[in-house]
Design a protein. Structure first.
Length: 191
């Protein structure tokens, strides 16, 4: 199989189902940003950390491929429940969101409560996690914008929102486990 098709040489690409759109279409930006996030999560997973966190990151990366497939599919051709001309694509479900919530709850039980905003950094692994978190937020904004024009499965938006929260808590946990300093943001008081 050849990687190049030459069909995108004029600035358009195909969604699953064959619909052609511009490469700068908000749908393409949405799933492109999800792909970028997935790559950063791969870099994060390559760092020194607890095996459990690595396994959860692999699960998340798998779910992000599902999110990408959902976003890359023409909504009119996506499989609903039946229809021979519709594409069968995987879905995000409540259990995927609940896994992130459970993981956050478990991590929060082992750390002191957060009392201030925290400046990103303190350790390379923590910094990679914060970068992934901000890319997740960007993906969420793009998918939210897409949803204003073309409906998106609500669980995709919920999953991206919860994932960015998870990445914040994971960054705190990685910082805590590595004994890195968390620098609190304390607004400067002006006289």
């Amino acid at each position: 199989m050849k990687i190049y098709t030459k069909t995108g040489d004029t600035g358009s690409t195909s969604l699953f189902g064959g619909t052609r759109v511009s490469k700068h279409h908000i749908r393409i930006n949405g799933y492109g940003t999800v792909d970028e996030l997935n790559s950063w999560l791969g870099l994060l997973r390559d760092q020194e950390m607890n095996l459990h966190f690595r396994e959860i990151l692999i699960t998340i990366q798998d779910k992000l491929f599902t999110v990408g497939a959902i976003l890359a599919t023409d909504p009119e051709k996506a499989q609903l429940k039946s229809g021979k001309d519709r594409l069968n694509i995987p879905l995000i479900d409540n259990a995927d969101v609940e896994l992130l919530e459970k993981e956050m709850d478990n991590m929060n039980e082992t750390m002191p409560p957060m009392t201030h905003f925290i400046l990103p950094g303190g350790h390379t692994t923590v910094s990679y996690c914060h970068i992934a978190r901000t890319i997740c937020r960007r993906a969420e904004r793009m998918v939210s914008q897409l949803n204003e024009y073309e409906p998106v499965d609500s669980l995709v938006l919920i999953y991206l929102n919860r994932l960015s929260d998870y990445l914040f808590v994971l960054a705190r946990k990685l910082s805590y486990d590595s004994k890195a300093d968390e620098i609190k943001w304390i607004p400067e008081k002006k006289d």
